[in-house]
Design a binder for this molecule. Structure first.
Ligand code: DGY
Length: 449
């Protein structure tokens, strides 16, 4: 297929999932607006319709709560019963009466806004939109730093695996097993009507997810209550590395829009950035030579949990704190690439690795984009190119799938998936010829299937 044909297919996916101002990740399976999905989808739109890219972000921020939190789902009064938990389970409304979920998502919006502003063809439109979004994004970051780091440790916490984006990662195995299920209210799973059950979280994990939703609902998503009482209280790698990068990108945006106009915000950002940088060091696990989440839940003594996931490599996004660690991570990536397509979401040599099951092994294009971005900005071009080549080859052979099997490249989860199509358009399509020329063997292996 030519690059133009692939681009058209990707645009068709976005246009088909467009509900008029916001894009659902995949019809039926995820029939509402998801936070980090939409941010990354905006990058895809930016390649052919900049106004639509900005609109995706504006619609997402219409779901923002008064306390600054931007929910991980905005329901937009959609009437559908193909997803659980829907509004009746969350019972969370923002002050404008919009139904939302009660947790957030990795804060990638500021990074996206920087990219859109920097690369805009329509500079006037970009400045106008960035001006109007800036205060909202700043309030979201402030919520993270104030409400999710109430003791000023420099690391923010999450109370639900869905907030980290890595729902059923092995990292949460022990923590999820400890979530009390005695008061679990009945619910009906919908996801496995659309995707084979062995590609989704297992039933025990789902019960724990729902129990955590119910805990949040019962305290009205009170951050202070949850900080004291939630059995799931983690400083996650995905969230913290992305926030660290996003703070810098937001600072860049503020400086572009007007140093004087945003002097208070600039001062705040200049305070958060070094504090987070110093604290991220704590996520490094010396024994495993990788970055791992820390549990702040009672009884954990701020211990690392889990093993090495693809989120460890997001350390490159804000910049790894020393060369030795960077080299250890690069060696791991190289080691994984000898036997697997990059980047498995979980260590393929770990006993809990599962090539099919969501965040326990499969490759996710959006993680690869963010790892790539970090590798490139940190000067590790070759490693970045290889994982870009694998991602492009996966899409060419398997279509724009939700995730892919790192052992054999099979597409998994939902097909015609919005953020995967967006990553093709924004990231991989412009590099396709370079990738094929440099990594023909990875390509041929997959296209021969
Ligand atoms: C799901 O429902 O699987 C989502 O990841 C939750 O955000």
């Amino acid at each position: 297929m030519t690059t133009q044909e692939l681009d058209q297919r990707a645009r068709d996916v976005l246009d088909k999932n467009d509900h008029g101002g916001y894009t659902v990740p995949r019809e039926k399976l995820y029939p509402f607006q998801w936070n980090w999905d939409s941010c990354l989808v905006a990058l895809g739109f930016s390649t052919y319709n900049e106004a639509r890219a900005w609109q995706e972000l504006e619609t997402l921020f219409s779901g923002q709560w008064d306390n600054g939190m931007v929910p991980h789902i905005v329901f937009h009064r959609e009437k559908t019963s193909t997803y659980c938990p829907g509004p009746a389970h969350w019972q969370a409304k923002n002050e404008q009466g919009e139904d939302t979920s009660g947790i957030s998502n990795p804060p990638i919006a500021a990074h996206v806004i920087r990219q859109l502003l920097e690369e805009a063809k329509d500079k006037d439109l970009a400045r106008e939109k960035a001006q109007s979004l800036f205060p909202k994004v700043f309030r979201w970051h402030k919520w993270w730093h104030d409400k999710r780091d109430p003791q000023g440790k420099g690391l923010v916490v999450s109370y639900h695996p869905w907030e980290t984006g890595r729902d059923n990662s092995h990292d949460w195995r022990q923590l999820l097993a400890e979530v009390p299920l005695d008061k679990l209210e009945p619910y009906e799973r919908k996801d496995i009507e659309f995707v084979p059950a062995d590609e989704r979280p297992n039933q025990k994990e789902y019960d724990a997810f729902m129990a955590l939703v119910q805990l949040g609902r019962k305290c009205d998503y009170d951050d202070d209550y949850l900080y004291e009482h939630s059995p799931f209280k983690v400083a996650d790698t995905t969230v913290n590395f992305i926030l660290a990068r996003a703070d810098r990108d937001l600072l860049w945006v503020a400086n572009q829009l007007g140093k004087d106009r945003y002097s208070d915000e600039i001062t705040a950002l200049e305070g958060w950035i070094p504090k987070t940088r110093a604290a991220l060091v704590r996520l490094w696990n010396k024994e495993e030579e990788s970055y791992q989440p820390i549990s702040f839940a009672n009884g954990y003594d701020n211990r690392h949990v889990g093993g090495t996931s693809s989120a460890a490599f997001l350390a490159f996004l804000p910049g790894c704190d020393n060369d030795k660690k960077a080299h250890a991570l690069l060696a791991k990536l190289e080691h994984w690439s000898a036997t697997h397509l990059l980047v498995p979401s979980y260590d393929p040599h770990h006993e809990d690795y599962d090539a099919l099951r969501y965040w326990k092994g499969p490759v996710w294009a959006i993680m690869n984009y963010m790892i790539y971005k970090g590798l490139r900005t940190s000067g590790h071009h070759r490693a970045g190119l290889q994982l870009a080549a694998d991602t492009a080859a996966l899409m060419e052979s398997g279509g724009f799938a939700e995730y892919y099997n790192p052992d054999n490249g099979d597409p998994l989860g939902g097909n015609q998936f919005s953020w995967t199509a967006a990553m093709w358009l924004y990231w991989l399509s412009p590099m396709r010829d370079e990738l094929r020329a440099n990594y023909p063997h990875r390509w041929e292996a997959l296209s021969a299937r």
